[in-house]
Design a binder for this molecule. Structure first.
Ligand SMILES: [Zn+2]
Length: 268
């Protein structure tokens, strides 16, 4: 009996207490100057963010780097620049929020450029096709995010289009934390889900209407693929085309501002 108690105490120490103490120690360390330099270079808007958000971001990045494993694929060597840039963009989505740092995520796989992913699709006639698609990012609910570094790094073309593959894939991670990736991340109440889905459905229908009528939109047409892609795409727009989104889709901007608890119009 005493042995059993001892084993339980050791398990609790090993699984719960020690990792927490180690994390607390990691978070108390000074943020390296070289990391700050990477944030200034690769995170547009970082220097204009209020100081308290910068401090929060650094703390979240520290936790992200401590808890997640980066894997270089296709011959890529993982550097501090790769890790801090990806962690920095991913953690933008967590500022001012009570959530943990992507608790289900364990690995970030990074390729030098677009990676090829085999895909199997079945059409309505039951015909199965196998294709090899070139992708710049992918989010899995089994704890992996896969990224192409040339797209994840500070990329002027993507910047001009208001696109960011890291923000996109990590929005999918938030979405999948509920157990289903359906365009609705974890919200506080049933009423919040109701309001969320009513507004998102309206905006989603509006995007389909705009595409069908050749009307230019702030929201990337890729968002019309399905509700999960819609949430990822409007999250990109919220952080990368903040003023345009606030101007043309004020209710959607307000909904995302309430969810993300920041107002990127303050620092774009
Ligand atoms: Zn996506």
């Amino acid at each position: 009996m005493e042995w059993l108690v001892l084993i339980i105490v050791l398990l609790v120490l090993g699984i719960v207490v020690l990792p927490r103490l180690r994390l607390r120690h990691v978070l108390s360390q000074a943020f390296p100057l070289s990391y700050s330099k990477i944030l200034r270079k690769n995170l547009p808007g970082y220097t204009r963010m209020p100081t308290d958000l910068q401090m929060q971001l650094k703390k979240r990045i520290r936790q992200f780097l401590y808890q997640k494993t980066f894997v270089g694929c296709g011959g890529l060597t993982i550097t501090d620049e790769i890790k801090v840039t990806i962690a920095g963009k991913a953690c933008l989505l967590l500022l001012n929020r009570e959530s943990d740092v992507y608790p289900q995520l364990t690995h970030v796989l990074v390729y030098p450029s677009a990676f090829v992913a085999p895909r199997t699709q079945m059409n309505s006639d039951g015909i199965v096709t196998h294709t090899n698609q070139g992708l710049s990012g992918e989010s899995w609910s089994d704890g992996r995010v896969i990224l192409a570094w040339d797209q994840a790094a500070h990329n002027l073309d993507n910047e001009a289009r208001g696109q960011d593959v890291v923000i996109h894939e990590f929005a999918h991670q938030l979405d999948s934390e509920t157990g289903t990736t359906n365009g609705a991340p974890a919200l506080k109440s049933a009423a919040a889900y109701k309001a969320w889905s009513a507004l998102m459905e309206r905006e989603y229908a509006q995007l389909h209407h705009a595409i069908a009528n050749d009307i230019a939109t702030v929201i990337d047409p890729y968002g019309a693929t399905n509700p999960a892609e819609f949430f990822a795409v409007v999250t990109e727009a919220f952080f990368k085309k903040s003023r345009d989104l606030a101007h043309y889709h004020p209710a959607l901007y307000e909904q995302l501002r309430a969810y993300y608890q920041v107002d990127p119009c303050d620092w774009v």
